[in-house]
Design a binder for this molecule. Structure first.
Ligand SMILES: Nc1ncnc2c1ncn2[C@@H]1O[C@H](COP(=O)(O)OP(=O)(O)OP(=O)(O)O)[C@@H](O)[C@H]1O
Length: 651
């Protein structure tokens, strides 16, 4: 080949190569554009991934915070749980202590019960002795009566002798002056038999003097009578109640209990009213003490008994019949005033005004006094009815609350012969409250009723023992009753209201036991009055001491029983509190476990989500497109010149 041909051929190759090169350049530019586009897309995706990763970081932070909070809450709950456990341990310890106390009480109650039995035995023996002494006394008094009759006859003979001497010497005026005139005769005769006190209705001023005289006579007469009278009243059974006379036999002076599998018990009283006795017959027993009001005497008519035993019924009848009696014996010379009050939870309330309960006894009593006008009989009865209805209507809504308070209707009668006072007291129900259901307010109420009835017993006991200090101030009830309880010119009529129902046997027993103890207050007094010889006096003192010992023992036992009941009630209250705390703690534990579970679920779901997202990120970062860098990507696709050369060489 010629040189020119070779040049031409090379030129052709060059031109072809140039063309190829240009094409290659063109394709390179296109690839560059594609790569740039892809790069931009990747950058956007990367941005998005970074954003997502930042959001995930934030979410993780929030979860961490939540987790931390939950941890704190868990440790707080754990602390609370620990504290609760400690509290429960404390309560359990207290409960154990109370149980120990309870056991101790029960033991001392057993000891007391045993000593009670021993004392009862001794009392029984002493009573037998007393019967013997009484027989002796009866014999002595019989002899005395014969002696008195003999003296009377002798006196009569002397008197007649004197009279005949007088007649035989009419000139001697001195003798006539000293002769036994009819009035002297009256006086002498009355030195042997005491005249009955009488109340005369007279508007003559001179009547006052005669009333003063009659007052003295009346007190002298009554000084030999009882200062405390115990009346036992059985109301008729209701339709739903059963009275088995074989089990509970009620007679005019005694009550017998013959329960199956139990020791028979009997109580003797001066007056026992069988179911269905008219209130007029009952009133006859207190009539004396009401009559004495006109001459400045004091009286207390008190109704004691369980709820529904007839206290209010009896008290209403006694007030009404007393007002009839007073109307009969009082004239316009007398001023009558009335107070109707109620004592509930150691607070006092005037039942005739809208004032609420107060702790200020003196003020309330002063404000409660209503001075009655001339037609005081009608006015006072209306006011008493108003007070009773207020008590009843107010408390019916609160169910049985009426029997949880003491109501007192108090008349003051001022007349020429002095100031007489009578208090009609409807006491709170004496029933023992069941231990199980007593909590909160009811517990407080029960404890305060126990306290006031105990205080009443203490006052009666102090009167029995003729103590110098009578503890009237121990309760609001005894403070109010101070005017008519005790004192030489006061008569206390204690009405023991009972139900004949078989369901109430225990409460009836308690009521009668208290009645016997109250009766002992007066018994000592009467016994002392009748003592004739030193020997008998000594024996009777011993007997009286034994009786008083037994009574104080029984009272202690009663008090202990009440205390025991109170502590059992308190124990029950503690039990309830512990049960409430335990259930609260269980609830807290449940809450705590639920929260823990929730937290656990949240954390694990977040962890799962995070793991999922992380793996997603990892997977996407491992895909081939992501693995190629822009340069390597370009290089791999650019056809190499070496290849071209190689092909050229091959060629
Ligand atoms: N001697 C009686 N004769 C007939 N019914 C009577 C007698 N005593 C009470 N009752 C009746 O028995 C019921 C209860 O009497 P009452 O309300 O007087 O009892 P209470 O002891 O005062 O009760 P509480 O303590 O709950 O106030 C009443 O329906 C009353 O009429």
């Amino acid at each position: 080949m010629s040189a020119s041909e070779e040049i031409n051929e090379n030129l052709t190759i060059l031109a072809r190569l140039q063309q190829e090169f240009e094409e290659f350049q063109l394709s390179c530019r296109e690839s560059e554009i594609d790569l740039e586009k892809e790069l931009a897309d990747k950058e956007i995706k990367l941005e998005e991934l970074l954003l997502k990763s930042r959001e995930t970081d934030q979410a993780i932070e929030t979860i961490k915070e939540k987790y931390f909070k939950n941890e704190c809450e868990i440790s707080r709950l754990q602390n609370e749980q620990e504290a609760m456990k400690k509290k429960i341990k404390n309560y359990e310890k207290q409960m154990q202590e109370l149980e120990q106390l309870n056991n101790q009480w029960e033991n001392s109650a057993k000891v007391l019960e045993y000593s009670k039995l021993t004392l009862e035995e001794r009392l029984y023996q002493a009573e037998e002795n007393a019967i013997l002494y009484k027989e002796e006394l009866d014999e002595i008094s019989q002899n005395k009566i014969v002696e008195i009759q003999r003296l009377k006859d002798h006196f009569k003979e002397l008197k007649e002798e004197l009279y005949s001497i007088e007649i035989s010497s009419p000139s001697d005026d001195r003798h006539r002056h000293h002769s036994p005139t009819p009035s002297l005769k009256h006086t002498i005769e009355h030195s042997i038999t005491i005249p009955a006190g009488a109340f005369t209705r007279s508007k003559n001023p001179s009547r006052n003097t005669s009333r003063n005289v009659s007052r003295k006579a009346s007190f002298d007469e009554n000084s030999s009578k009882e200062s405390v009278k115990v009346l036992v009243i059985f109301r008729p059974p209701t339709q739903s109640e059963i009275w088995d006379e074989q089990v509970l036999s009620i007679e005019a002076n005694s009550i017998q209990f013959k329960e199956k599998n139990k020791e028979p018990k009997s109580f003797d009283f001066e007056k026992v009213f069988i179911p269905g006795t008219s209130t007029e017959n009952i009133f006859k027993e207190i009539e004396d003490s009401i009559q004495r009001l006109a001459i400045g005497g004091n009286a207390c008519v008190m109704a004691y008994g369980q709820t529904g035993s007839g206290k209010t019924y009896t008290m209403n009848a006694m007030i009404s019949l007393s007002l009839n009696k007073l109307e009969e014996i009082l004239t316009e010379d007398y001023d009558v005033s009335l107070q109707c009050i109620e004592i509930y939870n150691e607070q006092i309330k005037d039942l005739l005004t809208d004032e609420g309960y107060s702790k200020n006894l003196k003020d309330t009593l002063a404000k409660a006094e209503v001075k009655l006008s001339e037609d005081w009989r009608t006015t006072s009865w209306d006011l008493v009815q108003k007070a009773i209805s207020r008590r009843t209507t107010k408390f019916t809504e609160c169910n049985e609350k009426s029997s949880r308070s003491h109501a007192i209707v108090w008349f003051t009668i001022s007349g020429p012969a002095g100031i007489g006072k009578v208090q009609f007291v409807d006491l709170a129900g004496s029933e023992r409250i069941g231990k199980s259901q007593v909590v909160g307010d009811t517990l407080k109420e029960a404890l305060l009723i126990n306290k006031s009835l105990s205080a009443l017993q203490d006052v009666i006991s102090a009167l029995e023992n003729r103590q110098k200090h009578i503890p009237y101030r121990n309760s609001m009830l005894t403070q109010v009753l101070q005017s008519t309880l005790g004192g030489s010119e006061s008569i206390v009529n204690m009405i023991m209201n009972c139900s004949p129902s078989m369901d109430s046997l225990n409460e009836t027993l308690c009521t009668l036991a208290l009645g016997s103890r109250v009766k002992a207050v007066d018994l000592g007094f009467i016994i002392r009055k009748n003592i004739v010889t030193k020997e008998i006096e000594r024996t009777l003192t011993l007997l009286e001491k034994e009786r008083s010992d037994k009574n104080s023992m029984l009272r202690t036992l009663d008090k202990l029983q009440r205390d025991l009941e109170s502590s059992q009630i308190a124990l029950k209250d503690k039990d309830n509190k512990i049960a409430i705390l335990k259930s609260r703690m269980n609830q807290k534990e449940k809450d705590y476990l639920n929260k823990k579970m929730d937290t656990h679920i949240i954390i694990s779901s977040h962890k799962k989500k995070n793991r999922h997202e992380e793996s997603e990120i990892r997977v996407s970062s491992l895909s081939p497109t992501n693995l190629i860098s822009p340069t390597s990507y370009g290089n791999s696709r650019i056809p190499t010149m070496v290849n071209l050369k190689l092909s050229k060489k091959d060629n």
